[in-house]
Write a protein that binds this ligand. Structure first.
Ligand code: HEM
Length: 421
């Protein structure tokens, strides 16, 4: 199959495949399509049936170029949504293209001012203070797995719970809110997946976000009345230029951290375990030599790349890899494709726990580089340290299934068998 811009039905079929949530649930089809795009049409004008058109950017160097260039803005289009969903958002917000106003929707100078509010809390020294908590929460989830007596659905029973509990601990939320947090995040990220939609008829993104806002409004009021130095307290009492930030921005901040902070990390843990199961020699090496863990974590991030894309919009006309980008054009940056780029990675389809160098961009690049990257790395490292010390004999116990989602994706089911050590 060649994906060089063809005519008519052929081009339309490829464009529809690029925008399809289903392609993210089929790793072989995804790899085939995006390998061809990188080779034949790396900056491709894409006009899928149900979406406004955009450029699909698939190469590592081009994504880095876009992300570091202030000519490309995060507003007003951030992620892939059907025209219908975009209309519904405009109707729900009285004309805005987004439901929230958080870091990912902002550009300079606001972006810098808002990012600075939580930056210190996320630096590596501050994150290290959470290490003991993470260790205890990982141990608790692995205890739960071992109690299942040799088999489980690793996603639902383990991988989903641990990062969720870490992020809830950092926001000072009680365990009793766990089911609500899980449900709302899955509705927001899994909105296109038939199984998620089946659990709740007419899942409505605006309604899920509204429920989250109501919840965090209470949390924020409590922290304003009784200030704490946890992340929730920092956001509740945040000021810019001597004035408290507005409620909408504060609630958006909570929701961004609550949602960005756990599905991504759960997907990396589940996808990382599946990669180790499918590469038993790598699993054996890692279990025998935990000093390899920091490198193995980077390879899991590259391999899984749970954030599938973000958009940017050109402020002025420019060129990208020889293509003429017009002011107002939108670009979809495909991180998983960049992380298999043959120009950057030696044998990109090989999973190697000691890959060096490993210049993956699973956390993005430039001014919006993931704020939670150090926390995510620490969580994944601590988890595998304990998992590999306490269990072995991991094998598949049925077919894994991936979420149909073109934004944040990953395994939704991973049946496994294992033995306690
Ligand atoms: C494996 C785990 C994770 C991955 C793969 C990931 C990936 C990403 C990516 C690709 C971006 C956009 C970067 C860009 O535009 O260049 C991002 C932004 C962000 N992430 Fe993460 N993330 C992860 C975990 C976390 C965690 C644990 C948190 C917080 C607890 C977090 C908070 C954020 C925030 C606040 C932003 C917005 C930054 C900004 O726009 O300035 N992420 N992340």
């Amino acid at each position: 199959m060649s994906v060089a811009r063809g005519e008519g039905a052929d081009a339309r079929r490829i464009d529809d495949a690029i925008a399809s949530p289903a392609i993210h649930a089929d790793p072989a089809a995804f790899d085939a399509l995006f390998s061809q795009l990188r080779a034949d049409d790396p900056v491709r004008w894409t006009e899928p049936a149900d979406f406004r058109p955009f450029w699909t950017v698939t190469r590592h160097a081009d994504i880095q170029e876009v992300e570091r260039d202030p000519n490309f803005l995060n507003a007003p289009r951030l992620i892939l949504r059907t025209r219908e969903l975009e209309e519904r958002t405009r109707a729900a917000t009285g004309g805005s293209s987004v439901l929230l106003r958080s870091l990912v929707n902002m550009d300079a100078p606001d972006h810098f001012a808002y990012r600075r509010l939580a930056q210190a809390w996320f630096n590596p020294q501050r994150i290290r203070l959470l290490e003991a908590d993470c260790r205890a929460l990982a141990a608790e989830c692995i205890d739960g797995m071992l109690e299942r007596g040799g088999s489980c659905d690793f996603v639902a029973d383990v991988a989903v719970l641990y990062p969720l509990r870490v992020i809830m601990r950092t926001l000072g939320m009680p365990r009793s809110d766990e089911a609500m947090m899980l449900k709302l995040t899955q509705e927001i990220f899994g909105n296109d997946d038939p199984d998620v939609r089946a659990k709740r008829a007419n899942v409505d993104l605006a309604a899920s976000v509204g429920e989250f806002q109501a919840f965090f409004r209470e949390l924020s009021a409590a922290r304003r009345a009784d200030p704490t130095d946890d992340l929730a307290g920092i956001i509740a009492t945040a000021q810019i230029d001597g004035r408290p930030i507005a409620d909408h921005e504060a609630l958006s901040y909570y929701i961004l951290i609550a949602t960005a902070g756990h599905d991504t990390t759960s997907s990396t843990i589940a996808g990382g375990l599946l990669a180790l199961i499918d590469h038993p020699e790598q699993m054996e090496r890692l279990a025998a030599d935990p000093a390899l863990l920091p490198m193995a974590v980077e390879e899991m991030m590259r391999w899984v790349s749970p954030v599938r894309h973000f958009f940017r919009t050109a402020r002025e006309d420019c060129l990208l890899r020889g293509r003429r980008i017009a002011a107002g054009d939108h670009l979809m940056m495909c991180y998983p494709s960049a992380n298999r780029d043959e120009e950057v990675f030696d044998a990109p389809f090989a999973f190697r726990i000691d890959r060096t160098p490993n210049r993956h961009i699973a956390f993005g690049y430039g001014p919006h580089l993931c704020l939670g990257q150090h926390l995510a790395r620490m969580e994944v490292r601590i988890f595998f340290e304990q998992l590999l010390a306490r269990a072995n004999g991991f094998v598949r116990d049925g077919a894994p299934l991936w979420l149909q989602s073109s934004f944040v994706s990953g395994l939704k089911t991973l049946p496994i068998r294992f033995r306690a050590r």
